[in-house]
Design a binder for this molecule. Structure first.
Ligand code: ATP
Length: 320
């Protein structure tokens, strides 16, 4: 390996910059050249490739977003697009690539690997929905951002004695919602993995809690369920209690990464380069059972992950 490329792909996540920095500096430390591939696979196909020095990644560890930008690229999902991508890598002397992104990005990484470009993936998504790993870059920052925002909504919800539905991100996964359920002491947490659509049960609990003297009722609703605004209207109509929906949205994807995201992303970035140096390809860096490990990409993509039943049970029992 003489030259590696690094790209970020799919949705951005706070901490991606720390991973990029670690990739660049670990490579340079080992005498390897690094090229930044802008805008994910889209930038690869457009040959948006820039040389990176140690100083190219100065002043970024504390910044959200990704200095390499990110994009989705339909062309790269085709065999021709992938072949073109591998040829562009070869043309630029890139014999190893680090892909920071989610499952879709890893499928692309697997394809590049099959075409002779040694490729390693790093899990970067706020959703925590990558099965082989207990940690993904950005989740910790996103869940802290959501927690802070929900605390604020809770204050005004109490003052006005309202019911508040707060919708958090997570795509089809309920990890952000579950963690906020714990951290914000929400009265209800609706997870796509568990919600049975029984709105009447929700309404009954709101009425019951109000009778017991609760001044607010916070419902954390996951993006995968959605429809928070219409849900709020129906709840208000059924309970007579003023109900508002707040959709936190993209604020959860931004902001300065937390300490955990900076540290774990840095370690994963360095590990990815070390795997390339060891001649490995088609692997994903993961954090599992307290250790940084790596998995075959196809095996990792075939793994399944679910919300912990035990954690969900405890989250609910703590609300009184
Ligand atoms: P997020 O968690 O933010 O969704 P992701 O990596 O899963 O991240 P996707 O949009 O699914 O996001 O994928 C990112 C890019 O990876 C796609 O735009 C496409 O270029 C590439 N990609 C996705 N699926 C494949 C595939 N099957 N084969 C090759 N490339 C793929």
């Amino acid at each position: 390996i003489k030259t590696i490329g690094v790209l970020t792909s799919g949705g951005d996540a706070p901490g991606m910059n720390a991973a990029i920095r670690a990739v660049v500096r670990t490579a340079i430390h080992n005498g390897i050249n690094v090229k930044g591939i802008m805008r994910g696979y889209a930038g690869l196909l457009q040959e948006e490739i820039v040389d990176m020095e140690s100083t190219s990644v100065s002043e970024i560890i504390h910044r959200g977003g990704t200095i390499l930008y990110t994009a989705r690229c339909q062309e790269f999902t085709t065999a021709e697009g992938q072949k073109k991508g591998a040829e562009i890598c070869k043309k630029h002397g890139i014999d190893g690539v680090v892909v920071i992104g989610g499952d879709g990005s890893f499928k692309g990484a697997g394809k590049l690997s099959a075409l002779g470009i040694n490729t390693i993936g790093i899990p970067g998504t706020i959703d925590l929905d990558i099965a082989c790993t207990d940690y993904t870059i950005g989740f910790d920052t996103a869940v802290n951002t959501a927690m802070d925002a929900i605390d604020k909504v809770r204050d005004t919800s109490t003052s006005h004695e309202r019911c508040s539905i707060i919708e958090v991100m997570g795509r089809n996964a309920g990890y952000i919602a579950l963690w906020c359920g714990f951290a914000n002491g929400a009265e209800d947490v609706l997870l796509p993995e568990r919600y049975d659509g029984n709105e009447q049960a929700l309404i009954d609990r709101i009425i019951e809690n109000r009778k017991r003297g609760k001044k607010h009722h916070i419902i954390i609703n996951a993006e995968g369920i959605g429809h928070s605004v219409s849900m709020a209207k129906r709840i208000e109509a059924a309970t007579g209690i003023e109900t508002r929906a707040t959709i936190l949205g993209y604020m959860q994807r931004g902001g300065a990464p937390t300490c955990m995201d900076r540290v774990y992303a840095s370690i994963m970035g360095a590990k990815a380069v070390e795997l390339l140096l060891a001649g490995k390809s088609n692997r994903l860096v993961a954090y599992k059972n307290g250790e940084f490990v790596d998995f075959d990409i196809q095996e990792a993509l075939a793994m399944k992950k679910d919300i912990s039943e035990d954690q969900f049970r405890i989250c609910k029992l703590l609300v009184r």
